[in-house]
Every structure is written in C-alpha cells, then in structure tokens.
Design a protein around this ligand. Structure first.
Ligand SMILES: NC(=O)c1ccc[n+]([C@@H]2O[C@H](COP(=O)([O-])OP(=O)(O)OC[C@H]3O[C@@H](n4cnc5c(N)ncnc54)[C@H](OP(=O)(O)O)[C@@H]3O)[C@@H](O)[C@H]2O)c1
Length: 374
C-alpha cells in the first residue's frame, strides 16, 4: 500500500499528483532530475533484458519490466522469454519474491502496457494490483485490442495504481522511442497484419554485392556477428533463388548462440520457375526451417503475418533487392559496407524507430554516424 510519507520528495510528487499532463516537462511537475534518471535507467535495463529475447517470443512481443525501490534503485529487471511463459511483469514480481525484495518494490517500469486478459497466463494488470507496487510507468500502449486495457484496469478504484505514460513525458522522449523500436516488429504485425521487414545488404568497397569467386561472403567477422544476431532476432528469412543456387546458404545462426528450443523459423524462397533443389530444401528442413516457395513477392508480407511472424529479414541478391525496393516492401534497410582502409561500416535507413538499434548497439562495428533511423 502506498504511503507518501515514506518516499523521497520527487517520488511523492509522482505518486501523489496523479496526473502527468502531456507536453509538461518533468521538472515543471516538481520531479527532480534523479527521479527521471532513475526511471530512464530502469527502462534502459528493461529494454536491454527484453532485447535478448527478440526472436524468441513470437507471436508475442518482446517486453521488459524493471522494479524500483523507493529510492529509484533497481531491484530486478526481467523480460518475457517465449510464448506460454510468464510475461515480463509477472516474472519480475516472481523473481523479486524469490530473492526477498518484493515488499520493497514501489515502482514498475514496463516497456509495454500490461495485458488485461486471461490468455495462456493470468492478466499482468492483476498481478501488479496484487503487488506492493504503487506506481507503474508504461513505455507503450498495447496496439493489440484483445490484450489492451491494462492501464484502465490498473487505475481502477479501489486500490487503483498511479500510471504514467512515457509518451506523455517529454524528458523521456528517447526512452519512448526505444520502447517503440523494441515493439516495432509486434506492433507492425498487429496493426498491418504483416511483419516488420529488415533488409540486410553487404557491399564491398566498390558497391558490389557479389562475393569474389569461390567465396560466399566478404565482410569482417564483426559484420558476420551482426548478421547472425539479426537472424537470431528474426522469425523468418526471405531470400531469392539466385542466392540459393549461387551460394547454397545454410541460413543458420552460427556466429552467436541461437535461442534454445525456438519454434522453426520460416524460410521463404522467391522462385518462379521451380528451380529450388530438393537436396537444399531437405537440408534447410533438417536445420529447423519451415520452407515456403513463393512466386509472388507481394504476397509474402501478409503470408508471414498469417504465420505470426513479427520480424522478417531479407537476405537476397541484387535482383530481389531491386524488386523489394521498387515495391517498397521494407521497414528498415541495413547496409554493411567493407572498406580498403578500416573496419566495415553500417548504415541504416528506416521508416520508423528501428529495432536494429538492439542488434547494432553492442559496440561491435562502428555505428552509423546518422542516428536518425533510431
Ligand atoms: N552481399 C549481399 O548482401 C548478398 C546477399 C545475398 C546474396 N548475395 C549474392 O547475390 C548473388 C545472387 O543474386 P541474384 O540477384 O542472382 O539472386 P536473388 O536476388 O537472391 O534472387 C533472384 C530471384 O528472385 C526471384 N524474384 C525476383 N523478383 C521476384 C518477384 N517479384 N516475385 C517472386 N520472385 C522474384 C527471381 O526468381 P525467378 O528466376 O524464378 O524468376 C530471381 O531470379 C549471389 O552471388 C549471392 O552471393 C549477396
């Protein structure tokens, strides 16, 4: 139960005021800098934890939750691991109980609005209402009308909780963008019935995508790790028959550890003349892929949406990439360019806050100078 007197000044103002009008800076609400920086730090931890499970949760979203004590210190930070298991909020509360800190949990920071429906797990809004948490910060509203309603339920009296939306706090604009980026794959599928589509393209110093004779790649080890992190985060790969015939790619996650026990990823091969070799198809099935052959590029996004794919990546040659660019069938576009002089360089174009920030932002390759995409 919330006791205002128990808290430092800034936290009182958050919890007691009960409103956080949009467009009003945090400091005008009387919140001190440490208050907001504690919220920001807590969200950073939740985002980082959730990003580990990108590619493991589909058709559910990747979600993170941090619990803070009254001084703004992080007690636990947890994430949703995969469909059918505890949601991030429920797992954070569970862990807090396990390590004996639950009664100190005053604030919950959740990257996505807590669910309010009984699915494979009980509603998170109820789990939070049954906990000592008195204030909840929500990174994004749930775009899924079935699961939404958690904010209203949390506020419902008696025993309502204070709920603040990150989007209404200008001082947390960057945190909101990061929450949007994390949720982009799921939000795209829910709102557009298709996955978020990332094109990954490697070019040599002259701009060619074609590897030298006898090779299937020409980028550095660091760039390969980025590519494999992206594979791990994605639920489907789209490729062209030209790439299959030229390289016989394996499309497995090798340079980083893959998610354990993941449901089979989808592999869509654009092949209009039935040239796909049976032996290669068998090899892909043996590697855990579900192989689909498509004669119509335009049908692929909705087909993947129907299969619950949140994030799809394109690994194809110049012919298919030209078609994808012409038809505008992409959400963000990662280009890895090799150089004669230094390390490979990444650049990103994006139509919205890009989840690539969670793939690239690990200090492996020099990040794009232009961070507008993020
Ligand atoms: N650097 C990189 O990032 C990268 C990545 C992958 C591959 N590669 C290289 O790229 C080379 C292969 O390139 P590529 O251009 O020949 O092959 P590709 O782009 O992988 O595949 C081209 C095929 O896609 C199919 N396709 C094109 N438009 C389509 C549409 N609208 N609907 C359905 N299918 C469609 C066509 O199949 P049909 O012929 O049946 O019509 C076409 O032959 C290889 O050397 C490979 O190493 C480089």
């Amino acid at each position: 139960m919330f006791v205002p007197e128990d808290r430092p000044k800034g936290w009182d103002r958050i919890a007691v005021s009960g409103d956080f009008p949009s467009g009003v800076a945090a400091k005008e609400q009387g919140l001190t800098a440490p208050d907001i920086s504690a919220v920001r730090r807590g969200f950073d931890a939740a985002l980082k934890e959730a990003s580990v499970y990108l590619g493991a949760t589909s058709p559910n979203p990747a979600v993170g939750c941090t619990l803070l004590d009254r001084d703004g210190a992080i007690l636990v930070s947890e994430a949703h691991h995969r469909t059918g298991t505890r949601h991030a909020e429920a797992l954070a509360l569970h862990r807090a109980r396990e390590i004996g800190v639950l009664d100190r949990a005053v604030t919950a920071l959740v990257t996505l609005e807590p669910c309010n429906h009984v699915g494979r797990t009980p509603p998170c809004s109820e789990a939070l209402r049954d906990s000592p948490v008195s204030t909840v910060w929500v990174g994004m509203r749930d775009p899924n009308p079935v699961a939404g309603g958690g904010i209203a339920r949390l506020r419902q009296m008696p025993e309502g909780r204070e709920v603040f939306l990150v989007e209404e706090c200008p001082d947390l604009a960057e945190t909101h963008r990061a929450c949007q980026a994390l949720l982009a794959p799921f939000a795209t599928r829910i709102s557009k019935q298709r996955p978020w589509i990332t094109v990954k393209q490697a070019c040599d110093a002259k701009g060619s995508m074609i590897p030298p004779e006898g090779k299937t790649t020409f980028t550095s080890q660091n760039s390969l790790e980025i590519a494999h992190r992206l594979r791990r985060a994605s639920d489907a790969i789209i490729t062209g028959i030209g790439t299959v015939l030229a390289d016989r790619p394996r499309f497995t996650v090798r340079h980083v550890a893959d998610h354990e026990d993941r449901a089979p990823r989808l592999l869509v091969v654009c092949d209009r003349q039935n040239r796909l070799p049976d032996s290669w198809r068998e090899m892909m099935i043996g590697s855990g892929y579900r192989v689909i052959v498509s004669r119509d590029l335009a049908e692929i996004p909705s087909l993947l949406g129907d299969h619950g794919v949140n994030w799809a990546m394109v690994e194809a040659g110049p012919a298919l990439l030209d078609e994808i660019a012409d038809q505008g069938l992409w959400d963000d576009w990662l280009t890895i360019r090799t150089s004669h002089e230094g390390p490979d360089r990444c650049s990103v174009r994006s139509h919205g806050p890009s989840p690539l920030r969670f793939i690239l932002d690990e200090g492996v390759n020099p990040l794009p100078a232009d961070k507008a995409a993020f």
